[in-house]
Design a protein around this ligand. Structure first.
Ligand code: DAT
Ligand code: MG
Length: 172
C-alpha cells in the first residue's frame, strides 16, 4: 500500500556518530516524539564513504567537505549512525524546528542542535548530532539512498519487483 494522503510527508533523520558516542539517542528520540510524527523505518548503519559522499553530494565544493565526510563516516566518534524515516503531516518542517539551526551556536537552546551540538575546534565542522531532510524532494532522494523498500513498513514511494542474482547472507 502506498501512502494515499498527499499531505502526508516523509523525512529522513540520521542520529550522527557524535550523537551515538555521547549516548544521546534516547534524548534525541524523546525530543522528536510527537503524536503526528510516526516512525515507519529505523536501522543502525555503518556508514561507507560511498554513501556519505552521495548523501552530501550537494556540498562537494564546500571547504569543509572532506572533514564532513570524516565526521559522518565515524572517523572521530562511533563508526555507525541510526537512520529513521518519520511519516506525518508537516513532518519535514516539524523535525527541522525541533533539530534547530545548522550551526549549533545559532540553534536555540531548546533544540537538539542547540542543546547537544558543538563546533569542532580544529576543523570547524558543525557537529550537530542530527541530520534531517530539508524538503520533500531531498527527503525522497535521501530515503531512497539509505533504505530499501522492504525496510520501511509500507511502500511510501512506488516500487517495482526485480529478480537479481546478488548473494545474500542468511542465519546458519
Ligand atoms: P542541514 O544539516 O541543517 O540541512 P546543510 O545541509 O547545509 O545543513 O549541511 C550539512 C551538514 O554539513 C551540516 O549538518 C553540518 C555541516 N555544515 C554545514 N555548513 C557548515 C559550515 N559552514 N561549516 C562547517 N560545517 C558545516
Ligand atoms: Mg541539509
Amino acid at each position: 500500500m502506498e501512502t494515499e494522503n498527499k499531505d502526508i510527508e516523509h523525512t529522513l533523520v540520521i542520529i550522527k556518530p557524535d550523537g551515538i558516542s555521547r549516548s544521546l539517542t534516547g534524548n534525541i528520540l524523546a525530543m522528536l516524539s510527537h503524536p503526528e510524527s510516526i516512525i515507519v523505518g529505523a536501522k543502525v548503519v555503518k556508514v561507507t564513504r560511498e554513501i556519505a559522499i552521495a548523501h552530501y553530494a550537494h556540498l562537494k565544493e564546500k571547504p569543509f567537505f572532506d572533514e564532513l565526510i570524516d565526521y559522518i563516516t565515524g572517523n572521530w566518534h562511533a563508526n555507525r549512525v541510526i537512520c529513521l524515516v518519520y511519516e506525518g503531516n508537516d513532518v519535514i518542517q516539524r523535525v527541522r524546528n525541533i533539530a534547530g539551526a545548522t550551526n549549533p551556536e545559532e540553534a536555540l537552546p531548546n533544540t537538539i542542535r542547540g542543546k547537544y551540538g558543538r563546533i569542532h575546534s580544529k576543523t570547524g565542522v558543525f557537529e550537530n548530532t542530527i541530520h534531517c531532510s530539508e524538503n520533500k524532494s531531498e527527503a525522497e532522494r535521501e530515503i531512497k539512498l539509505w533504505f530499501r523498500p522492504e525496510e520501511i513498513v509500507h511502500n511510501i514511494y512506488p516500487v517495482e519487483s526485480k529478480t537479481d542474482t546478488l548473494e545474500h547472507l542468511y542465519w546458519k
